[in-house]
Each structure stands twice: as C-alpha cells, then as structure tokens.
Design a protein around this ligand. Structure first.
Ligand code: C5P
Length: 224
C-alpha cells in the first residue's frame, strides 16, 4: 500500500526556530513559524511512520499520533535530535537553528545604565547538527535531509551547501520579502546528492512535505 509507504519506519523531524537566551527575558531568535516542519511530521504520520517531532518554539497544535519533544535552544535541539536519531530511518532538519548564540548568559535581567553605551553582544558558534548527523549516520542507511533558505544564486548555493553538509537531500527555498516565513505556502527545489533536482511549484507546505517523503522513501534501504 503506497499510502503507508513509511510504515515500520521511525523518522525524526526538527521544526521551528531556536531561541538563544541573553538573560531571563531576552533571546536572539528567528522568524521560523514551524509550519513546514509540522507539515512534514503530519505527512509522515499519515504515511505510517513513527514520528519524533523536535519542536523549537513553534506555537502550533500538536499533530495527532506524533511524539513531540519541545526544545528551546540549538544545544537542546541537538541533544533531542541526536537521541531520537539513534534508531531513525530518516532525519529531516526543517528547524531554523541559530548559527550563533550569545557567549554569556546573564542570570539577572540586563539593565540600561544612564550615560553608558550598551555592552556589545559577543557571539559563539553553535554546533551544526545537520552536518554532524550526516557525517556520523547514527543508523546505517539513514537518509538525512536539510533545508536551506537562500536569497540569490539559489541553486549554486544550495548545491554547495548540500556538499558541505554531507546530507542526501537539501530542500532549497528562495526567501524574500513575502516568501516562506509564517506563510502557508512554499516553493522549493529539492537537490539530491546523486545530482537530482526536483522542483516543487508554489503551493501548500503539505505538498512540499509529501514530495520530500517521496524522495526519502526512494532512498531508504529495504525494511528490515
Ligand atoms: O547553514 P544553514 O543554517 O544555512 O543550514 C540550514 C540547514 O542546516 C537546516 O537544515 C538547519 O536545520 C541545519 N542547521 C543545523 N545546525 C545549525 C545550523 C543549521 O542543523 N547550527
């Protein structure tokens, strides 16, 4: 039954955007809504997969029949994704993970002081979770999928990123003024490490999710 082509599989999806705290009330964040990741989780569950959805700060209803692991920061997201990936057939990193976090966390709220310039925020690098999982493949034959948002030279930059990260598939979105973030629609090209290029026309995030799982399913080893 093609409708249940992910039956017996465990898939991990990350969604949303990480928040990197500066103090108890402030963070560095991004505009990811989590909608694409949640659409991926719903689609995989509908196709029979056991789904772990590692969700970073998404204000969205929990999809039925999906294991949701809430996280805040990139470091927490890494822990949760690595743990769930140990026995996963596929890992799809749809979350917008902060590349950098503040190097220090102030235990008390940072105050402005009269006549003083604000202190600069020093940033340190976050781990690249996608590159780490693609490099280690916690489970043999695991299919690893990344996302990339590009504003120009979309295909060339996407191809370079796919190689740099070492993933099997990279979903490249063109982002701009009114595109992608928070919207219900998406338009993308899915690049394969095998050189394949699958355009996904502008449409609901569910349609892109289904295409991603089609491409993942083609690449999965026989069910054992
Ligand atoms: O390098 P860039 O942020 O453009 O890569 C985007 C892809 O890499 C996404 O799939 C995202 O989830 C993943 N990523 C990651 N860890 C990071 C940064 C991005 O896994 N620190």
């Amino acid at each position: 039954d093609l409708g249940q082509d992910l039956a017996g599989r465990h898939v991990v999806v990350s969604a949303g955007g990480t928040r990197e705290p500066l103090d108890p009330v402030r963070f560095l964040g991004n505009r990811s809504s989590g909608k694409q990741g949640y659409a991926l989780a719903r689609s995989a569950a509908a196709r029979g997969a056991r789904v772990t959805l590692v969700s970073a700060n998404a204000a969205l209803p929990e999809p039925a029949g999906v294991d949701v692991v809430p996280v805040g920061t990139a470091v927490q997201l890494r822990e949760a994704v690595l743990k769930a990936s140990a026995d996963a057939d596929a890992v799809v990193m749809a979350a917008a993970v902060a590349d950098f976090r503040p190097g220090t966390y102030a235990a008390g709220k940072i105050k402005k002081k009269d006549g003083q310039e604000p202190a600069p925020i020093a940033l340190v690098r976050n781990p690249d979770i996608l590159a780490e999982i693609a490099g280690e493949r916690p489970r043999p034959g695991q299919v690893v999928v990344g996302f990339a948002a590009e504003t120009d030279d979309v295909l060339a930059n996407g191809r370079a990123k796919l190689e740099r990260k070492g993933c099997d598939l990279l979903v490249v979105n063109e982002v701009g003024e009114r595109k992608t973030f928070g919207s219900e629609e998406n338009e993308a090209v899915v690049l394969g490490a095998d050189g394949s290029e699958t355009p996904v026309p502008y449409g609901p995030k569910e349609a892109l999710a289904d295409t991603v799982w089609d491409l993942v399913a083609e690449r999965l080893p026989e069910n054992s």
